[in-house]
Design a protein around this ligand. Structure first.
Ligand SMILES: [Zn+2]
Length: 272
């Protein structure tokens, strides 16, 4: 009798575990071109290395669909206003020219997605090439590390409306509670920088860097840009990312690394 009860209990446990594992998943990820930059001197990101050598940067937004019928947008790129400036905009402080060939809102519309369809806008950090279009999504909840929000909203020039609906987190956060999308705290580039782990059923797990690292070469050599807020934290965050990659057997997708982004699929193609 007890043996039957035990086997019934363990069968029930197996069912519960199976059900929770199927609770939800990411079924689609689009890599959207959210701007590009031409920079005169790549040693801005690698002090003492490649001084005076120009470099081109990609800048992505990632539109992620979860099976709960929710869209999460990871970063929003540089402002859509640049799409109206064919020559782009030169930024003297960093000797970069920023361009946009399409707007984010237009790129989403081409996929049949309206701003109101986006439930969460998760932000790696407050810099303008990541937060340029947050205010285009007034109905979405912004997810940011509390430290980053507090730092950014204390600046004279706020990255977006401080009135925006927001979920402010401290540390890692499993967004849907099923392990499919996990924000991981990777400070150092900025005080509350974060990265995103995405579990794709067919593609496998990918880790979206934000700006925890900018280029593959910097990743391979653990180089830290001179303008990061904390060098030791940056190195520790890179190690944390390396540990996640090993544990999750994940691929690293570096947002600003143009050669590796050129090799990715772009809309209307997607990853699943
Ligand atoms: Zn950036």
């Amino acid at each position: 009798m007890w043996r039957i009860v035990y086997s019934l209990i363990s069968a029930a446990i197996v069912l519960v575990v199976a059900a929770s594992a199927q609770a939800g998943q990411v079924d689609r990820l689009y890599v959207i071109d959210c701007g590009s930059a031409h920079a005169a001197d790549q040693s801005l990101w690698s002090p003492g290395i490649n001084a005076g050598v120009p470099i081109d940067l990609s800048d992505n937004c990632y539109l992620i669909h979860h099976s709960s019928e929710s869209y999460l947008l990871w970063d929003t790129g540089i402002t859509d206003r640049l799409a109206a400036l064919p020559g782009g905009q030169y930024v003297e402080a960093t000797r970069q020219t920023w361009r946009r060939t399409q707007t984010l809102v237009g790129a989403l519309a081409a996929l049949g997605v309206k701003p109101a369809d986006v439930r969460y806008v998760a932000i790696s950090h407050f810099h303008p090439d990541h937060t340029g279009n947050v205010d285009e999504f007034p109905d979405a909840t912004v997810i940011m590390q509390k430290r980053e929000w507090d730092f950014a909203m204390a600046l004279p020039q706020k990255p977006f409306s401080p009135e925006h609906k927001a979920l402010l987190i401290e540390g890692d956060k499993d967004v849907f509670g099923d392990g499919s999308l996990v924000l991981i705290s990777t400070p150092g580039h900025t005080p509350g920088h974060q990265s995103l782990l995405v579990k794709l059923p067919k593609t496998g797990t990918v880790l979206l860097t934000g700006d925890a690292v900018h280029f593959k070469d910097n990743w391979d050599n653990r180089r830290v840009p001179g303008f990061n807020t904390d060098k030791d934290q940056t190195i520790a965050s890179m190690q944390r990312i390396a540990d996640f990659l090993a544990k999750e057997q994940a691929k690293l997708w570096i947002n600003h690394d143009k050669p590796s982004n050129d090799a990715l699929r772009h809309p209307p193609e997607f990853y699943e």
